[in-house]
Write a protein that binds this ligand. Structure first.
Ligand SMILES: CC(C)(COP(=O)(O)OP(=O)(O)OC[C@H]1O[C@@H](n2cnc3c(N)ncnc32)[C@H](O)[C@@H]1OP(=O)(O)O)[C@@H](O)C(=O)NCCC(=O)NCCS
Length: 306
């Protein structure tokens, strides 16, 4: 099969596959004859770097630090193809995953930290659909506000068209300026350079227990029901877990959010700010959730205005 040069075709047909086992980088001892199963090698002025399986490194007595998973992009990429390495490493960087790229004659190979292997495959699967998740920045704000306006043009509560600017847009604008804004939990989904989805979680509390309050979340109407909301929800959960947050609270459909592990807040000892919210007020307990907790939730101050 001819080598592919077109970036879009390369991304949609990457077919990432995880090789079995762990791999390590090691410096080959100076003056020792090369032996064993070497997967890749680079000669530099300072010495020879080899990539071998962890078990082979141990058998050969080589020392190593970085333990990697090896992902092969099975698409036959032309060596002169432009942009695949940049697109892949940028998507992985946005996900906080470090990546070493090795180009073979036929394929590109990614060595990512072994503990990030599954998540790297998820990021690559999204990239194959043209989707990149990244932290939002001030330059994205106007695009996010228009997206939110479009997503909430029909009220999710009443199912009726909203008159004027949806209140979620005002809320979001205030959240961006609030002391309770936490940059790492404001995440956009980008497709072809355009923002097509956004989720935000801000500081909230159940009595004295710091938590996150999630919302609003928006996906461009013509791209809904294609998994973008799910990708954003999973990413915010992952980031919250990595940051050591205790749990995330939100108000929304139990049908939708239970699939992400959200439970009626009352079942976890958390009272809603409004008792009328019932089981629509939900909490996702993370690893640090205190089992015996009892409290009443309060959102970041801007929520009080809606
Ligand atoms: C809610 C929203 C963010 C979900 O994003 P999405 O990209 O469409 O979601 P996904 O494609 O990942 O998931 C779609 C699934 O969620 C379900 N779903 C989406 N919104 C739902 C809702 N409000 N209630 C119940 N289920 C819902 C769909 O039925 C679909 O289920 P299926 O996979 O069983 O068919 C998006 O629909 C949106 O922006 N809606 C308008 C704004 C809004 O309502 N925000 C949330 C307020 S709580």
């Amino acid at each position: 099969m001819a080598a592919v040069t077109d970036l879009k075709t390369l991304l949609t047909s990457m077919r990432p596959v995880l090789r079995d086992g762990d791999f390590v980088y090691a410096l080959w001892p100076h003056g020792r004859a090369l032996e064993g199963d070497i997967e890749a090698a680079v000669r530099e002025a300072e010495g020879l770097t080899v990539v071998v399986t962890r078990s082979e490194a141990e058998r050969l007595g080589l020392s190593y630090d970085f333990v990697a998973a090896w992902i092969t992009l099975q698409v036959h990429s032309a060596l002169e193809a432009v942009g695949l390495t940049a697109a892949v490493s940028s998507a992985l960087t946005h996900a906080g995953i470090s990546c070493n790229v090795l180009a073979g004659f036929h394929h590109d190979h990614l060595l990512v930290p072994a503990s990030d292997a599954d998540r790297a495959l998820e990021v690559l699967a999204l990239l194959g659909r043209g989707l990149v998740l990244r932290t939002e920045g001030p330059a994205d704000r106007s695009e996010i506000l228009s997206l939110t306006s479009e997503a909430f043009a029909v009220s999710p509560v009443t199912g009726l068209p909203v008159d004027g600017t949806p209140e979620e847009v005002h809320l979001l604008r205030q959240l961006f300026d609030s002391d309770d804004y936490l940059p790492v939990f404001s995440i956009v989904a980008e497709m072809g350079g355009e923002i097509v989805g956004h989720v935000i979680a801000t500081r909230g509390w159940s009595d004295e227990l710091p938590m996150l309050g999630l919302g609003p979340i928006s996906v461009q109407p013509h791209l809904q029901r294609q998994g973008i909301g799910t990708a954003l929800m999973n990413e915010v959960t992952r980031r919250a877990e990595a940051a050591g947050e205790s749990g995330i609270a939100l108000l929304g459909s139990p049908v939708y959010y239970s699939r992400f592990g959200y439970r009626p807040a009352s079942s976890l000892g958390v009272k809603a700010p409004e008792s009328a919210w019932g089981d629509h007020f939900q909490v996702l307990p993370l690893s640090g959730w205190p089992a015996d907790h009892r409290g009443t939730f309060r959102y970041a101050a801007p929520f009080a205005a809606i």
